[in-house]
Design a protein around this ligand. Sequence first.
Ligand code: ZN
Length: 222
Amino acid sequence: MTDIDLFVDRYVNIWNEPDDERRRETIRALWQEDAHHLARTLEAVGHDGIETRVRNAYEKWVKEKGCIFRPRDGVDGHVDPRHRRGSGVGSDSRVHFHPIHWSNSATTFTTAEEVIIHELFHAMRQAFGALRNTPMPDFKTVEELYSIFVENMYANEKGLPLRADKGPRNRSPDHSMAHNPAFHAPMRDLFAMMPTIGNALARVNNSYNPFRDWKEFSRTAH
Ligand SMILES: [Zn+2]
């Protein structure tokens, strides 16, 4: 986990903080005294203003409605190069995960188990030095495509709705290689970079298995 991830983690968790004193201290650590926190319809100024803003949001969304603030997938930002540890051959990867952050998400179909599987696949790619954040239509990046495929294989076993892409879920999105030429290059790359993992995934005996589908498709069509 990079410094930017830690920062985002702290920033997001302040919105879930029930304790007044801890909230006050964290706000003083995260924001400068004369900071402005801007949202579309309001502007909070200074530590006191931000504290009121964060407390109001906590009371409305977390305390009353039972929601949990959480970061979106794929934090990015400007990282000081001195804190980059990547050597080009893979690097440590830390996943901050607590199932409680996902047990309450009534608005999505994502279970905690799907989240950790998805994130661990990103982490494994990073550890292999194989992470490629190449843009990909509908999926954001090829890494999202891979992680969503793996997450979906778990969801398929559990009878849960699958993700079509980064957007909403449906029962059975068409991820067949015959219908989606955009999937071919990422799948070819994955099997070239990590054949053991690709072949292991292809052997999973699921009805939904894009890795098996790719092996069969590439064998017959090309
Ligand atoms: Zn992801």
